[in-house]
Design a protein around this ligand. Structure first.
Ligand SMILES: N[C@@H](CCC(=O)N[C@@H](CS)C(=O)NCC(=O)O)C(=O)O
Length: 204
């Protein structure tokens, strides 16, 4: 399999960390791609009409895109404990945390558009502030609701990769939340995280 990847994408890193945790990393060739809505990448568009990474290319099968879908597929390809719980409250908890993590990354990207990526004269500070509010409210929700003792699942993988990216991009910090920060620091030491460092800049 091939993974269309980006070394500075929280979503791509999520898929790759998931592959490491599922014991599948050896079966995946990682191919870096730069993407931006301002800079069409033909190789990515050929596999994903949204022009985004990550994309999983499977031999003889249709390409899969969106990190949620890729993780769900990868979870069917290994014999270990499922990282997306199949039933009970554990399933909803993992998927809920994954959804919040996706929202964190989405909000972070939106803030970057309003602070750096859009030309100055087109920026809209009220929109930036609205997305900052979503980030801070989500951090508070995680500090209250997230269970740092739970066994490894897709929610944790999505959360760690989103938080690491928010920090990498110097977006408003989660660090005053003590429980969340302690969990994040521990999770960041996992071999799957150490094997997938964030680096590089966005090319618009
Ligand atoms: N919901 C998607 C989001 C993917 C995404 O936004 N990827 C960014 C890289 S961080 C991208 O390729 N953006 C290019 C664009 O928006 O055109 C996922 O979870 O995979």
């Amino acid at each position: 399999m091939k993974l269309l990847y980006q070394t500075h994408s929280p979503y791509a890193r999520k898929a790759l960390v998931f592959a490491h945790e599922a014991g599948l990393a050896e079966r995946i060739e990682v191919i870096h791609q730069e993407t931006s809505p301002l800079r069409r990448n033909e190789a990515v568009f050929a596999a994903n009409p949204l022009g985004k990474v990550p994309v999983l290319l499977r031999p003889g099968l249709p390409a899969l895109f969106d990190s949620d879908v890729i993780c769900a597929c990868l979870d069917t390809l290994h014999d270990g404990r499922k990282l997306i719980p199949t039933e009970g409250e554990a399933r909803w908890r993992a998927l809920q945390v994954q959804a919040v993590a996706q929202g964190l990354a989405d909000a972070g990207i939106a803030i970057r558009w309003e602070t750096r990526r859009r030309p100055k004269e087109l920026r809209y500070p009220a929109l930036r502030d609205g997305y900052v509010e979503k980030l801070l409210a989500s951090y508070d929700w995680l500090e209250r609701e997230f269970d740092p003792e739970a066994t490894l699942d897709v929610g944790q993988i999505a959360l760690a990769t989103a938080l690491s990216w928010l920090e990498f991009r110097e977006l408003p910090t989660f660090r005053p939340r003590v429980r969340l920060t302690r969990w994040f620091e521990q999770f960041s030491q996992r071999p799957s995280m150490l094997a997938t460092p964030l680096w590089g800049r966005t090319h618009d």
